[in-house]
Design a protein around this ligand. Sequence first.
Ligand code: BES
Ligand code: ZN
Ligand code: ZN
Length: 499
Amino acid sequence: MKLKLGGSDAASIKADVLVVTVFEGEAEAAGEIKPTVARDLRAILSKNAFSGEEGKVRSAPAPDGVEADRILFVGLGKRGVHPLSEQARRAGGVLLGRLAEHGVTNATVVPPDSDVEAAASMAEGLFLADYSFDTHKSDDGNGKKTPPTRNVTLALSDEARTGAKAEVAFRRAVARGNHVARDLGNEPSNVLTPVAMAKRAQAIAKEHAENGITCKVLTLADIKKKKMGAFLAVAQGSELEPRFIHLTYTPSAGKGRKGKTVGVVGKGLTFDSGGISIKPGAGMQDMKFDMCGSAAVLGLFECLPDLGIRHEVHGFIAACDNMPSGGAYKPGDIITSMSGRTIEIHNTDAEGRLTLVDAIHYALDIEPDVLVDLATLTGAAAMALGQATAVFTHHDELRDALMAAAAETGERAWPLPMFEDYKSHVKSDVADVKNLGERFAGATSAALFIDAWVPDELPWAHLDIAGSAWIHSDQAYCSTGATGTGVRTLASWLRQLGD
Ligand code: BES
Ligand code: ZN
Ligand code: ZN
């Protein structure tokens, strides 16, 4: 899809369709359109009894005074049920699907409420939806599509166009990052091995070498040398070698004062079978998504150079499979993490926290001002919140900033507590901690486990994305599979992060 910003008189732009959004129950075009055309559209809407319900679309012949052949009404839903930006984003996503369905190649869009933010969000919805994962489909009519390029013009007044330009560019870049994260998430574990992930990270660094991205990869021997015992314990059951990935983004000089040093850690389990504490068979295929935290980190790095961020950003990924085998780690084992802290294993399926604490300890070396980890860590987080990211942090300001960034992007997030006395849940009789909590509050005990590795004074947030990292059916601007969650929230957060 090609998107450009055009003039405000949408009706006079030649196209296959003129797209108009409609709030539910308002029976009129939501955006700015010539009064005579607006009047005709009201008549068409009432004749067609189009409700404006979210996700609904209706096509009608264009009235006089409209250069496009047809009108396409897109429902926004009731005003106020979501922020306007999210309603616009969803309308953009739905629209792209319809353009594809109807083979429309040229469309002019009137963004809702003549609002720059809404226009950029509608563009974002279009960008995000412009994605399919069909690399593994053969070209035999089995569903592989090579869509023609669709040209979409967003109609904006001169003033709005100037304001929207940079914002649309930002959203375009972030959507590209989101697509990279989704591509990685959707890849099966036989393709996206730890080694393949490291290669992908190096490819991203190479592509953006001139824009300040570098990548360091630790092999098995390096990881052993670093004594990352918790990470190694998880990896040891697999035939596949683990890799540790460290990406760095250094903003170019001349972009003003140096900002913060930010660490972003992503859980990178390329497959989680549960290990010796093996998972039930049903649904196990979804554990190819257990690297979606690291996919978000890689997706972020893909777009970072285009976001105008002044902060130095480091990405850390401990990539491995969790498999049962004669060499696998076992319940009862006591392992020593990189920090020297010892861990008693009670369940080999609680492996993410083990890989994370070594990655976090490694990350301390860069002396971060702030650290965020993203992990598909616990089924409990998904049970509690559904398709939302659970936010854990002791730092109120960081929580507010992440929640605000998430809300801005429509990536749903909600805080969960880190009750200090629940630390007793991960106490061990024979080691410093154990990797399993009690029956209840599983997402919190996982967060508190990690907390033991984080210096008290370091602002740190743990994002449990178990519920938000993938979906099982198509949504307005995201098709079934990996959602790329985290890329957009992190990008928005980094943009507003002060020095
Ligand atoms: N990768 C899983 C968490 C998960 C499960 C994410 C389902 C999304 C959907 C994680 O490694 C895991 O297995 N966690 C266990 C922890 C338990 C053994 C304490 C869980 O949540 O059941
Ligand atoms: Zn697990
Ligand atoms: Zn896992």
